[in-house]
Write a protein that binds this ligand. Structure first.
Ligand code: UT7
Length: 335
């Protein structure tokens, strides 16, 4: 009889660049205020990468931390999956660049593009690889240099985004966080609500695309906000119920960090008390794919997870894409 393998997150790691961009710094760039930014988003500061520091560098740094904590050698990595919407190049993949930086010569490597939902999509793919028996040791990296595609003349978007990376190791054996029920979704009909208009084959780079600032991300914030709350709520509830759990069984909510008001709305709708909601948006801003990994690492580092605890991860992003999954602590899960 075929045995079904289970997938466990056995270690996490993160990397944040040194430079900090505060709300006061932003006041000098655009017509905004510390008070407006805090009250509308909950953000105070975000980290910004150096000019010579790229998505693959930050991702490799986070990966090294996770590998070290897992006690895993680079030669043992079977596949590297990178979630990013700000890759070093359109191609080759950032995963290949990270494979080279780490010297992970036995690893296959590819990127996933699901915007801010990328890490949840990557965890779903890693779970399938492990459960099918195809791979045993998987490195997931989420890394973003959003400052490279942010228009610091546009107050609607430039206050929101930060740079940073998160990584996790997914293996066929625990102890660790078992990846349980996954719920993913997408709505391509709403693709224009949040996008990078130029640089792809539809609008290749020209003098005009540069002059029109089309190489910076554009967002309809109000509409995105509305969809984010609705989609994250339904993905989260679906995941809880399909796992045979109740809202009260969730020990911690680990949501995508786009806006404190969105996080609070999801927590309220999922009936999860504030002290069980993990928030890093205040200090890191919205780091897209990396944000859920940064939040998960905070929870792990604080040593708050107990055996059998259920964690609910939920994310939303451009595409539109959304996803939720349940992680259950199995055994003594420490770093
Ligand atoms: O990562 C996944 C995708 N991203 C998200 O999930 C983000 C979702 N959207 C949001 O978080 C919010 O919509 C924003 C934070 C982007 C904006 O907050 P809002 O409460 O929806 O504000 P708004 O866009 O409705 O703007 C309200 C007012 C406007 O002025 P008027 O028209 O009322 O006079 C804006 O021009 O605030 C003005 N405004 C600002 N004022 C000061 C917009 N941006 C700023 C700013 N500073 N930075």
């Amino acid at each position: 009889m075929m045995t079904m393998h289970k997938a466990y997150i056995t270690a996490v790691g993160t990397y944040l660049p040194e430079k900090i961009l505060s709300n006061l710094d932003l006041e000098k760039l655009v017509d905004t205020s510390d008070e407006w930014i805090i009250s509308r988003t909950g953000m105070r500061e975000r980290h910004i990468a150096r000019d010579d520091e790229f998505t693959s560098d930050m991702g490799a740094n986070a990966a090294r931390v996770a590998l070290d904590r897992a006690g895993m050698k680079v030669d043992d990595i079977d596949v590297i999956i990178v979630a990013t919407l700000s890759p070093d190049y359109a191609f080759p993949s950032t995963a290949c660049l990270i494979q080279s930086t780490l010297g992970a010569k036995n690893a296959a490597a590819f990127d996933i593009q699901a915007a801010c939902t990328g890490m949840v999509y990557a965890m779903a793919v890693a779970k399938s690889f492990i459960e099918s028996g195809m791979y045993k040791n998987i490195l997931i990296v989420a890394s973003e240099k959003l400052s490279s595609i942010t228009d610091y003349q546009d107050r609607n978007t430039c206050i929101l985004f930060g740079d940073g990376a998160a990584a996790c190791i997914v293996q066929g054996e625990g102890p660790g966080l078992e990846i349980g029920k996954v719920s993913l979704g997408a709505d391509g009909d709403q693709s224009t609500l949040l996008l990078l208009p130029a640089g792809g084959c539809r609008n290749p780079a020209t003098k005009e695309t540069v002059e029109k600032r089309m190489h910076y991300l554009k967002m309809d914030g109000k509409e995105i906000f509305r969809h984010a709350v609705r989609r994250m709520e339904s993905a989260a509830i679906e995941c809880i119920h399909q796992s045979g759990l109740k809202e009260t069984d969730i020990a911690y909510l680990v949501p995508h960090q786009a806006n404190l008001r969105i996080i609070d709305a999801i927590a309220k709708r999922c009936k999860i008390d504030d002290d069980r909601v993990i928030k890093v948006v205040e200090l890191y801003g919205n780091t897209s794919a990396s944000s859920i990994g940064l939040a998960l690492e905070k929870l792990v580092v604080e040593n708050r997870i107990k055996d059998k605890d259920h964690l609910l991860l939920v994310a939303f992003g451009a595409g539109l894409t959304w996803g939720s999954l349940i992680l259950t602590a199995r055994g003594d899960f420490t770093l």
